[in-house]
Design a protein around this ligand. Structure first.
Ligand code: UDP
Ligand code: MN
Length: 233
């Protein structure tokens, strides 16, 4: 069978949440053998996300949740640490060395090209790809098509499932990782720069965009009263 793509998406409650997830689902549902791991930053699985997942057209998914402690919710602090780690734990307990696949970290606010998925999917079960990087700002690769330094800003990256399983202690860390360096710090625990594989024509094609969804102004929206219909946004 075609190796799986596990897309890991941390997400949290806000007015644009469903719009963000909808944009992702409409791409993901077109990708064969994609398993979507959605990890809510919440004390429990919300009805909104549960309903959304059951209808979104992505039929293979896992819905997890873990709440980020309040003290970690300050500006400048890394986001989604606990959520990504929850997905890693799920993979380590539910998948084995017989499962071929790749783990792709897909935040809910970015925009992903359909072409990306052909780039990240491993070719076969015995595939030694360590990681894959997508970058558009810096020239990171040398003539041999090898990366020569860690990136400060990575929009997204993928890691072979077997690399995740064979490094059972590797985690996203809050402590000791500078802002924006959490991803590189995680990759450092499982691989070396020279083992990273630049994708998308040696990182010259952009297949992920760090889009930003404007915060909507809802002050003038009617407040719900008992006799009004509640519409889920
Ligand atoms: N996120 C989260 N809880 C939060 C803030 C963000 O789970 O309190 C998720 C968010 O949905 C996204 C990821 O963490 O999938 C990265 O967040 P964001 O895009 O705000 O961070 P940035 O890309 O600016 O570092
Ligand atoms: Mn973001």
């Amino acid at each position: 069978a075609l190796p799986m793509i596990y897309a890991v998406t941390p997400t949290y409650t806000r007015p644009v949440q469903k719009a963000e997830l909808t944009r992702l689902a409409q791409v993901f549902r077109q990708v064969q053998r994609l398993h979507w791991i959605v990890v809510e930053d919440s004390a429990s699985r919300s009805d909104l996300v549960s309903r959304f997942l059951s209808r979104c057209g992505v039929t293979s998914y896992t819905h997890l949740h873990v709440f980020t402690p309040r003290r970690f919710k300050r500006t400048g602090m890394p986001r989604a640490t606990e959520q990504r780690n929850a997905a890693l734990t799920w993979l380590r307990t539910r998948r084995t060395k017989h499962d071929a696949g790749v783990v792709f970290f897909a935040d809910d606010d970015n925009t992903y090209s359909l072409e990306l998925f052909d780039e990240v999917r491993p070719a076969g079960a015995l595939y030694n790809q360590q990681g894959a990087l997508y970058n558009h700002q810096e020239a990171l690769y040398n003539q041999q098509g090898k990366l020569h330094k860690w990136l400060k800003h990575m929009e997204s990256f993928a890691v072979n499932l077997q690399v995740i399983l064979s490094n059972p202690r590797a985690q996203f860390k809050r402590r000791g990782s500078q802002p924006g360096m959490q991803e590189s710090d995680f990759l450092r625990q499982i691989t070396k720069v020279s083992e990273l594989e630049p994708k998308a024509n040696n990182c010259t094609r952009v297949l992920v965009w760090h889009t930003r969804t404007e915060k909507p102004h809802l002050a003038n929206e009617p407040k719900h009263r008992k006799d009004t219909v509640v519409i889920e946004v």
